[in-house]
Design a protein around this ligand. Structure first.
Ligand code: ATP
Ligand code: MG
Length: 559
């Protein structure tokens, strides 16, 4: 992953380049083939960027194809979210395809296989089939139904399709080799009976094709040249080819495998993500702690940072674990250039400026983004009562603490130098207010006295600051590599109890009231935040996108 040459070219690109040079293809056709049984996660983003990216790079086409062959788990809600996420990432599909559009063709090819005595109806139960499949060291056992005649198989298969038999009572299997060293070739199941309505084909079918059987045919029908999937399908490739070779297809596709993306401190399987949602451990698929694309979106991530990440991690043939900090690095790099700076006080502590002229309200100028000269400035108002963050004051400062303390001076960002003279406590001894004097000569706009003050604090004016809710998000899990779970433990045993800290009483600059959903800001000294998608002017909510500290910037410089 730190392999920098990997970042710009990868082995699949080389294969395509060769295919073009050798005249095998003019330009590639790829596809991104999600099963609509959940929302897309960042692992899918890698596949999306790869498939769409290759098509773009070589002037080819990439289809978005719903691999909707299993009616038990598929829903329109997922279909819509997937289209939305692919578009948000910045890609356009050449064709919107559905495996379910090819059900008639799949059925016709199954009939061809039966007629050629390459497929048979098996009456064994799924347990028997599993038991007879053998193991890595032991060959499988042939089914007693394996040598049925083509006529009998045709009759049974047609009746399966008509709904004459119960679910689980019969399947259609390929007749390949029960002794094959590759278990995938031991008479794999092609069709099973499922008496379920399909979200697109309704009740037309009560038999549904298996993934392995259907996938290559989908590629063949669409003219896909490079069918790219994750490594776990490497051992299925001979089967992919067998299906293609044994019927007459309009086009011969080829499968290539790459390593799936794993990310630290999270899980990436749809089954687990679904469980987090249904058990209400998170607020939904788009909970900002989820590794889903919609979760990252709600968290404030940009499509460009995700695309950049996917490009930089490269494409390899060995599975690896990628640091979430690596993704955050690209996000910070972008937000540093684009996010408007704002002041937000997350844990407010009142400060009274005792010598501030009565009723005076100053108007100060603040740059919106020092990294972007076109970002302009805004006016911020200041009066006698301001708020700073509690963490910026210590009654008895420890060594190395350069912020406010009794008798100490600090500068207020964009404003004046203040000095703490007194503090007020409640009956429990909690500090509830500070008294400070302000040096009216130190206004940042008009003094250049060169006075060195060690600390600069962000602040808001009590006269116009607005209350806001701020959600501080952390990793959803405490274990860096979720593949390292202790034996007997469940992934839910590693949930981070502090993955969400809600601050109900933050105070922010008034202009943030009119922030639009998903607008991104840097809250000075705190991090990057975005307006929540459901926020309103009456109740502003901001989500922590990412803190300011970047652990990867240094690492990348070394490379
Ligand atoms: P899950 O195992 O989480 O259910 P899946 O692989 O079954 O995921 P699909 O909807 O079939 O999900 O995936 C669509 C495409 O995305 C496939 O081509 C798959 O290889 C790819 N993909 C899924 N997860 C990852 C990942 N972590 N890294 C890279 N590609 C992935
Ligand atoms: Mg899958």
């Amino acid at each position: 992953m730190t392999d920098s040459e990997n970042a710009n070219s990868n082995f699949i690109e080389e294969i395509i380049t060769n295919d073009i040079e050798n005249g095998v293809i003019k330009s590639p056709i790829t596809r991104f083939p999600p099963e609509p049984n959940g929302y897309l996660h960042i692992g899918h983003a890698k596949s999306i960027c790869l498939n769409f990216g290759l098509a773009e790079h070589f002037g080819g086409n990439c289809n978005l194809r719903f691999d909707d062959t299993n009616p038990t788990k598929e829903e329109t809600e997922y279909v819509e979210s997937i289209m939305n996420d692919v578009k948000w990432l910045g890609f356009k599909w050449a064709n919107l395809c559905h495996a379910s559009d090819y059900f008639d063709q799949f059925y016709a090819w199954a009939i061809d296989l039966i007629k050629a005595e390459k497929a048979y109806v098996d009456d064994q139960s799924s347990e028997e089939i599993r038991a007879n499949r053998g193991t890595l060291t032991q060959p499988g056992v042939e089914s007693p139904y394996r040598n049925r005649s083509a006529e009998e198989n045709l009759d049974l298969f047609e009746r399966m399709a008509k709904g004459e038999f119960d679910e689980g009572s019969r399947v259609l299997r390929a007749k390949i080799d029960m002794k094959s060293g590759n278990i995938n070739l031991r008479d794999p199941v092609l069709y099973r009976i499922l008496k379920r309505d399909h979200y697109r084909t309704g009740n037309k079918w009560c038999i549904y094709p298996m993934y392995d059987y259907a996938h290559g045919y989908e590629d063949a029908i669409e003219g896909v040249t490079h069918s790219i999937c994750t490594l776990e399908f490497q051992d299925h490739r001979p089967l992919y080819d067998w299906f293609i070779e044994n019927v007459s297809v309009p086009h011969v596709p080829h499968q290539y495998e790459f390593a799936r993306l794993n990310l630290t401190y999270t899980v990436m399987s749809k089954r687990k993500l679904l469980e987090l949602v249904t058990s209400k451990i998170v607020s939904g698929w788009d909970d900002p702690r989820m590794p889903t694309i919609c979760g990252f979106r709600r968290r404030g991530y940009t499509p460009a940072s995700i695309r950049r990440f996917c490009r930089e991690i490269g494409v390899s043939k060995t599975d690896s674990m990628v640091d979430i900090e690596f993704l955050q690095h690209f996000l910070r790099e972008e937000l540093n250039k684009t996010a408007i700076r704002m002041m937000a006080v997350l844990h407010p502590l009142k400060v009274v400026l005792t010598n501030w002229p009565e009723n005076f309200v100053d108007e100060l100028s603040a740059d919106n983004n020092p990294e972007d000269e076109n970002a302009g400035t805004r006016t911020i108002k200041m009066g006698r009562e301001i708020y700073i963050d509690r963490g910026d004051f210590m009654e008895e400062p420890v060594k190395g603490f350069f912020r406010l303390a009794p008798g100490r001076e600090v500068r207020l960002k964009h404003a004046y130098i203040i000095s703490c003279t007194d503090l007020v406590k409640d009956s429990d001894g909690n500090i509830i207010e500070l008294h400070c004097t302000v040096d009216m000569e130190s206004r940042s706009a008009n003094t250049a006295d060169g006075r060195k003050v060690k600390g600069t604090l962000h602040w808001v004016w009590g006269g116009d600051a607005i209350p806001a809710k701020v959600n501080l998000y952390g990793n959803l899990f405490t274990l860096r590599n979720m593949n390292d779970m202790e034996e007997g433990k469940d992934y839910k045993d590693y949930l981070n109890p502090e993955s969400l800290v809600v601050l109900e009483n933050a105070l922010v600059e008034p202009s943030l009231a009119t922030a639009k959903p998903l607008d991104r800001f840097q809250f000075l000294r705190h991090g990057y935040f975005c307006a929540d998608k459901d926020m309103t002017e009456a109740s502003p909510v901001f989500n922590l996108t990412v803190s300011l500290k970047d652990s990867w910037a240094k690492e990348l410089k070394k490379l």
